[in-house]
Ligand binder design. Sequence first.
Ligand SMILES: Cc1cc2nc3c(=O)[nH]c(=O)nc-3n(C[C@H](O)[C@H](O)[C@H](O)COP(=O)(O)O)c2cc1C
Length: 329
Amino acid sequence: MNCNTQLQIGNNLFLHQNVLLAPLAGITDFPFRQTVRMCGGELTFTEMISANGLVYENQKTLAMLLPVKEEYPIGVQIFGSDPEIMSEAAVICQEYGATIIDINMGCPQKKVVKTGAGAALMLTPRVASKIVEEIAKKVSIPVSCKIRLGWDTKDINGALFAKMLEQAGASMVTVHGRTRSQMFSGRANWPLIKTVKENLSIPVIANGDVKTLEDAIKCLEESNADGVMIGRAAIGSPWIIGQVADGLHKGIHKAPDMSLILDIIDFHLEMIEQYYTKDVAPKICRKHLAWYTKGMRNSASFRNHLFTAKTMEEIRSLAKDYFQMVIKQ
Ligand SMILES: Cc1cc2nc3c(=O)[nH]c(=O)nc-3n(C[C@H](O)[C@H](O)[C@H](O)COP(=O)(O)O)c2cc1C
C-alpha cells in the first residue's frame, strides 16, 4: 500500500489527508461540503457545473460558485467538451475562489455524453488533452481530471488516457474503477486502477465502492493509489470522510455516537436553512433527513410524516420528536 497519507497537488497545494469527498450532483452543495469539513474532511468537490452555463452567464449556474470563496480547499468540477469554453469557465471558477479545477471525464449520463462531455471525452483523447492544456495555460491553480477505466470492457484506455492528461498539464487524476458502460453496476475494479497509477507521476486517486475504513485500506493496497475518493457512502453519513482519514492517518477508528450524529444533523440543517431560500430549504432538508435516518428504528414512519411537512419549523419539530424517541430506545 502507498503509505504516504499526505497529498501534494501541483506545486503549491499540500493536503494533510488523502481521503476526498467525491462530486455528487444534487448532493455536494455548500451545506453538505461544510458539514463534511465540520466532521474533519479536507478536500471536497462541488457537483459538476456546466462550463457553458458559466460562460454564458446563466445566473443559476453562476450562483453555484458564490459560496466557493468561503471554502478551502475546494475543487470546482466543470463539464463540457469545447476546450475554449472549458478554459473560459475555468478562469471564472478561479476568480470565484476555486482551489482546484476538476474536469468531469467520467459522467455516463446520455444527455452529457451525447454532447461529447463527461465519459465521452475518453473516446476523444485529443479533445480531452486540449481541454486540459487550454485550462492549464489560463489558470494558476492545479487542474485535475476525474475519469473512468475506459468506455467499455473492449476499450480500457484509462492508463494511456491518463498519461496524455498528465502530459497536457493535469496535476492529479481520479479514477472511478468502472467503465462508462457499467454505469454504476458491478464492483469497482481497484486492481485495474493500479495500471493507471503505474503509468503516472502525478497523484492518482482511487474511487468507487469505498464505504468503510477497511474498504479504503483494501482499495489503497490493490490500486497503490495516492488517496481515495468517497461518494455515495457520504450520503447520510458526511462524517465518513473525516472518519476514514483519521483511521488511515492516526489509526483512530471511531464512529460518531448518536448524540454527535444529532449535532451533525443539526449543523447540516442549519447550513441548509441559511443557504437556501425559504421555499427550497425544506425540500433539501427532507431529502437529507431521509438519508440520515435510513436504517434507524421506525424511520419509515418518520419519513412518511416528514414528506408532508412544508416548513422548516414543521421539519425541525418532527425531527426533534423522532430523534428523542430514537435516543430513549
Ligand atoms: C447521485 C450521484 C451524483 C453524482 N454526480 C457526479 C458529478 O457531479 N460529477 C462526477 O464526477 N461524478 C459524479 N458522480 C459519481 C461519483 O462521484 C463517484 O465517482 C461514484 O459514485 C463512485 O464512487 P462511490 O462508490 O464512492 O459513490 C455521482 C454519483 C452519484 C451516485
